[in-house]
Ligand binder design. Structure first.
Ligand SMILES: [Zn+2]
Ligand SMILES: [Zn+2]
Length: 357
């Protein structure tokens, strides 16, 4: 009894001491975290080559492990972003990828979930990098309308920040984004400089037209990003022999469960939307078929629909793709989540995985 009493007094004393020193402990921890993160550049730890980092592996549906669609491609040290879904710019910062250094944004199509981060991306690139020119945005026809709309919406904010920080810190001419449209009815090289070639190619996402995917070739390595697409089309041909295929994926079985629940709850409108979406997306099984036809080394699934918040759900999400049937893909299949990095070092045929979150 007495021992228990002494233990209780000791615990209470330790707790009071901790409460007393909590601000000082917080001060130390915070200073340490700031020192570790200020000036951090995740590119410093990467070998020379081509790298693909998931800054948003999700969709319009809320998912704690996945921001809206965003894929970072790093060629040497050059940083490109494909699509800018909501929350993905903050994810880039969390991952230690310097937003101020982004060379260009490439849009696959203009569905809201792929462009709703543009205001944040162009503003933080400007504020962090002090860029003298707007963010170049490549996209199929329609990109001008989208970019001009964002520039107009953020014009007042530009004025506030220039007035507050000064034109030498945030050059007015560097604010916003500058659209650059390319033909989307056939494969077209949109960027070819410094050993990096970026090719856009049409994909099938009807009734959304135009819609494209991108292939990056650098240092003898290659990565293909499908964008939103129904199965088939030209992706297997464009991804032929690529090292990495980042392909969108939707589980029809899981979406069916949601649709049924919505109908049961009397929400026919949302149920109708759920029943519509599988026809312009690709199941994990069909993505695996494309990967097999293209003979890529690794398949990474992104634009994960519906949200897969727990890893334990991944085999269910993968469905037949997880079983590795002979006629399907024999290589590794990764269910993408934010922070994942796939490195393709120059002069090798290896794919190294790391995580920035
Ligand atoms: Zn989408
Ligand atoms: Zn879409």
């Amino acid at each position: 009894m007495r021992k228990a009493l002494i233990a209780l007094v000791l615990i209470a004393g330790a707790f009071l001491l901790f409460r007393h020193f909590q601000p000082a402990i917080g001060e130390r921890l915070f200073a340490r975290a700031v020192a570790a993160n200020v000036g951090r550049d995740a590119r410093d730890g990467l070998p020379d080559g081509l790298h693909v980092a998931l800054c948003g592996a999700g969709s319009p549906l809320a998912d704690p492990r996945r921001a809206g669609p965003c894929t970072a491609v790093i060629a040497g040290r050059r940083l490109f972003i494909v699509d800018t879904g909501g929350g993905s710019t903050r994810r880039l910062a969390e991952m230690g990828l310097p937003v101020g250094d982004i060379e260009a944004l490439l849009l696959t199509h203009f569905h809201s979930d792929h462009i709703d981060g543009l205001g944040e991306l162009m503003t933080l690139r400007w504020a962090n990098g002090g860029s003298a020119a707007p963010l170049p945005v490549f996209g199929p026809p329609g990109v001008d309308t989208v970019v001009q709309g964002f520039n107009a919406a953020y014009a007042l904010d530009r004025g506030y920040r220039v007035a507050h920080h000064g034109a030498d810190v945030v050059p007015p001419a560097g604010h916003g984004a500058a659209p650059s449209a390319f033909a989307a009815d056939r494969p077209v090289v949109v960027l070819d400089a410094g050993g990096l070639r970026v090719t856009a190619f049409p994909v099938g996402h009807d009734p959304v037209r135009p819609a494209v995917g991108y292939r990056f070739d650098y240092a003898g390595r290659s990565a293909v990003i499908s964008g939103d697409t129904a199965p088939g089309g030209g992706i297997a041909a464009q991804a032929k022999g690529a090292d990495l295929l980042v392909h969108e994926a939707l589980s029809p079985a899981m979406v069916g469960v949601i649709e049924k629940a919505l109908r049961g709850a009397g929400n026919a409108r949302a149920a109708k939307i759920m029943s519509d979406i599988p026809d312009y997306h690709t199941s994990p099984e069909d993505a695996a078929r494309t990967a097999a036809a293209a003979k890529v080394r690794m398949l990474v699934l992104n634009h994960v629909v519906p949200p897969v918040p727990l890893r334990i759900l991944e085999p269910y999400f993968l469905g037949g793709a997880g079983e590795r049937y002979n006629e399907r893909y024999r290589g590794p299949i990764v269910v993408g989540a934010d922070g994942m990095v796939f490195s393709l070092p120059r002069g090798t045929d290896s794919i190294e995985r790391s995580d920035l979150l």
